[in-house]
Design a protein around this ligand. Sequence first.
Ligand code: GAR
Length: 196
Amino acid sequence: MTRVALFISGGGSNMLSLVESMTGDHPARPCLVLSNRADAGGLAKAEALGIATEVVDHRPHKGDRAAFETELQSVLMRHSPDLICLAGFMRVLTEGFTSQWEGRMLNIHPSLLPKYKGLHTHQRALDAGDTEAGCTVHEVTAKLDDGPILGQARVPVEADDTAETLAARVLAQEHILYPAVLKRFVSGDKTPLYLP
Ligand code: GAR
């Protein structure tokens, strides 16, 4: 069984969809939900499911990313994960951390990468007049929102969309795409999955 650590910063809806997928003959199981914020709504959801949780607060490190990542790594080691899934984890990870997990860390990003790396992806898609939007699951490398693409799902942009309505449409696809990519990845299949 592949042991999966899930990193969150907020509500954790992607974390939940991944956790719910890892049952039966799925070759992976969740071993940890870790948040950089003690108030992340996803922590209580993970606890309710009987999954170990940890909080590693970045703020005491006052911008010292290396010190934050050293603590992250030591807390992580207590749970012996084989793979990390970033699922709405809103901290930038440096090469010091990503290099230790290269090939063993996935991320979901709410845009059709390589478009709109970083924040405010939905507003940027609307501002650009894009007619479609979507989400991407990729392997994490040292470069932000870069790394080999493992899957993408597309949605139409509607004429009356706001960033919020578009985000909700994309999020529904994230909940389908990420579990599908995780299962393929753990089974050794890194060829990109394109939905729908
Ligand atoms: C998701 O839309 C995810 O793609 C995005 O944050 C949201 C988390 O929602 N991630 C990023 O923007 C990463 N840069 P969730 O906590 O409900 O899964």
